[in-house]
Design a binder for this molecule. Sequence first.
Ligand SMILES: Cc1ncc(COP(=O)(O)O)c(C=O)c1O
Length: 395
Amino acid sequence: MSAPLRSHWSLDPQVIFLNHGSFGACPTAVLQHQSELRARLESEPVRFLAREVEPLLDDARAALGAFVGADADDLAFMPNATTGVNTVLRGLRFQPGDELITTNNEYNASKNALDVAAAAMGAKVVVAKLPWPVPSPEAVVDAVMAQVTPRTRLLLIDHITSQTALVMPVAELVRRLREQGVETLVDGAHGPGMVPLALRELGAAYYTGNCHKWLCAPKGAAFLYVRRDLQAGLKPLVVSHGHNSPRTDRSRFRLDFDWMGTHDPTPFLCIPTALRVIGGLVPGGWPEVMASNREKVLTARRRLDARLGNASPLYPDAMVGSMVCVALPEGYPERPAPPLYLDPLHVRLFEERHIEVPVTPWPKAPQRHLRLSAQLYNTPADYEALGDALEALLR
Ligand SMILES: Cc1ncc(COP(=O)(O)O)c(C=O)c1O
């Protein structure tokens, strides 16, 4: 992919940015549109927020629905995936002794939300331990299904895991669990824009996704999909005017979730812009964006595995989206296992080589890996620079 695409982002030219995964990065054209919307809002706040915003939200939801394969009526805007996960887990009612499954790869914040909800209702959290390295998607399905009992009520699973960057076999899990009467909450923080989505067909009870990561919308743009038959039972974390609105022209679900107090709706309103801008950067549109990002990290992984002397990748290509992990040799650092984001190698890569890439002890130190991201602005030279830096720093 040609370097000129980087000119669409305002990324620091001094930094080799290989961590789109953590917080995304928003193109300047999208930020420009957001500024215009904010100027319009502030020029007459009542006109904008009381009269104009509703059809704009409807348009944004329709564009998002078309992209993620869901009816717009089944989507609620969220500020982030963490709020989506909490909305579901704090809204559901469990009985003492109910079992809630997750995996040992689950995102820490989401696992915390599960622990708090379970503790409040006397439910039990069951953690399926996945093998590492991961031989196949089937190994994940087997590890999860082995934990199902007659008391199992819910699976909480990342669509794409954060620390290990695995594309999880969520379709197979949702299908198998539904056969046993168990619902699934998919934490798809990385899903939209990384992998094609068809939420209607997926059939998961709940799916929350970020638009500020791989869709490249401004920060604060996310959604929660709730399957139609479950909407009546779910309230937002913040109850507001929608609860007793006399309106009958839209569902209670939409009335409840569309207004959760005064906030800046411009991140949501920029979702169609982000879809258009990113999809317009390559001739093949979004399918090409996703495929080329994936091809880029797969190539980078092959190169780095070869340069680092790794005999085989940590998991099969079938589990790779726009991020991937590469094992690092043991023996560095000499210091005790550091907390996440403070790995000495991570710090040195940034401070000495100006490379932004996360290094994670996994499953625990001294085993470690780094997680590569690929977005349209990355070039093969970025990953070669990382390889050069690793060879020098690990020597
Ligand atoms: C799997 C997963 N879930 C949830 C989140 C949280 O996203 P946010 O901070 O936008 O809520 C992340 C962030 O990286 C993630 O990787």
